[in-house]
Write a protein of this length. Structure first.
Length: 443
């Protein structure tokens, strides 16, 4: 795996060391005309695909392979440098650092500059662009230089390659990130289909607008050239009582458009320590950039609520967190959904920035009947309430879709445990009473 690429990198390292430290006096400045390109037939297909997509040249390919090498062969760079540097000593020209846990050679921007430009100041200056914010490396979050201590050369920062790019190059696909303190978002999905959702016509029509954007955003922005006027990404607010289908709608959107949906755990994002919330959000949005994920902020009031009047330093920083979040959401190029039980809880500054505000009302009697009908167990031979009985229950008892699912689970378990061959209206009413008690409602 990547044998040709590693041999190519070894050849370049040996070539540069020979000319820089050799005694022939032939200290050529750059690689032009001396180092062969890695031909398409020699390239690993995953590297070839990435290079073709972003039109990378030889310099970008070398930097990619250099950054990937510690992940491929931990000893490779140490061994090659040791073989070609006969005298021991410190060679600052090579750059490189040791990691906290990784004990091998980790290349820095200086390592890339040395290999590609040697002492050629013009060539070294040109390489600065490759690590700039304008280059696809940074814009697509492929790789970047680690921040350095103030006053130290920028190129002394280690080259950090995105873990997703490592996955893509090594396996051809990107693994879903795991829920952690560094990525406080949980992948969510559903076995239900679009036809299983029971929604009002207005809610369904507005959800279709989101699906239209997910399906046709590239045509909208590029072929129709609206990117001059329209900001990247899409922002939506889902609001309505608990249990009315906000989370389900987000997962169905992802399923319909073949996109991963991640629910953000705000308890892990919001920190009592000043500045930590911005750091957590930055990590989240940076990881999600260019992934086509749907980010679903459930119970968003905790972070996206109304800004407070400034009474102390914590109030000041709380408002800064809101402002920072507004900026990250506006600049994010994917779909961001905020969910709240009450629209009035969300700061008006946020509301103005949403392309869609979608209300999920409690289901009507007719919608409740459809929900009861859809959630009935499909076990063969099980006697179930009639349509008329279900319609009567739907008309009499106000309950959300999530509540209906809970009731049906209770009824099914009661029938299984009691070895019963039917689900009765009495059993359903008992289940509804349990739901009412949970919510503090009078049955």
């Amino acid at each position: 795996m990547f044998t040709n690429e590693l041999n190519w990198l070894k050849y370049i390292i040996e070539w540069r060391i020979q000319r820089h430290f050799g005694h022939s006096g032939n200290r050529e400045k750059n690689l032009s005309g001396n180092i062969p390109e890695l031909s398409g037939q020699q390239k690993h297909p995953h590297l070839s695909s990435l290079a073709k997509k972003y039109r990378f040249g030889r310099e970008e390919e070398l930097i990619l392979i250099l950054a990937l090498t510690p992940h491929l062969n931990p000893n490779f760079l140490d061994d090659v440098f040791r073989e070609n540097l006969k005298n021991s000593g410190d060679f600052p020209q090579l750059g490189g650092i040791k990691g906290t846990k990784f004990r091998g050679f980790i290349p820095t921007g200086e390592t890339a500059s040395f290999l590609l430009a040697g002492e050629d100041l013009q060539g070294r200056n040109r390489l600065q662009h490759i690590f700039s914010e304008e280059h696809p490396f940074a814009q697509q979050r492929i790789l970047w230089l680690e921040d350095v201590t103030q006053g130290e050369p920028r190129m002394s920062g280690r080259i950090i390659i995105n873990p997703d790019i490592v996955d893509q190059l090594l396996t051809g696909k990107v693994s879903r990130p795991r829920f952690s303190t560094d990525f406080p978002a949980e992948y969510i999905t559903t076995e239900l289909e679009d036809k299983d959702m029971v929604l009002s016509k207005s809610t369904r029509a507005k959800l279709q607008e989101l699906q239209n954007w997910l399906s046709h955003q590239d045509i909208l922005m590029n072929r129709w050239n609206l990117k001059r006027w329209v900001k990247p990404g899409y922002r939506a607010l889902f609001h309505g009582p608990p249990g009315t289908g906000k989370t389900l709608a987000a997962t169905i959107l992802g399923k319909n458009t073949e996109r991963d949906v991640f629910r953000i755990d705000l308890s892990m994002v919001v920190s009592k320590f000043i500045g930590e919330t911005e750091k957590n959000l930055s990590q989240l949005f940076s990881r999600a950039q260019n992934k086509e994920w749907i980010l679903f902020f459930d119970e968003a009031d905790a972070l996206f609520g109304k800004r407070t009047s400034v009474r102390d330093a914590h109030d000041k920083y709380a408002n800064q967190e809101v402002a920072y979040l507004l900026q990250r959401i506006e600049n994010h190029n994917g779909l961001v959904i905020l969910a709240s039980n009450f629209k009035s809880n969300i700061d008006e500054a946020f509301i103005r920035r949403f392309q869609s505000v979608i209300y999920f009302p409690p289901p009507t009697a007719e919608e409740r009947y459809l929900l009861w009908k859809k959630t009935l167990p499909a076990r063969k031979g099980l006697r179930l309430p009639t349509d008329e009985e279900l319609k009567a229950i739907a008309k009499k008892y106000e309950i959300t879709g999530a509540g209906i699912v809970n009731v049906m689970q209770y009824c099914a378990l009661d029938a299984i445990a009691g070895k019963k061959s039917e689900i009765t209206t009495l059993s359903i009413q008992t289940g509804i009473e349990r739901e009412y008690q949970k919510e503090g409602k009078v049955f």
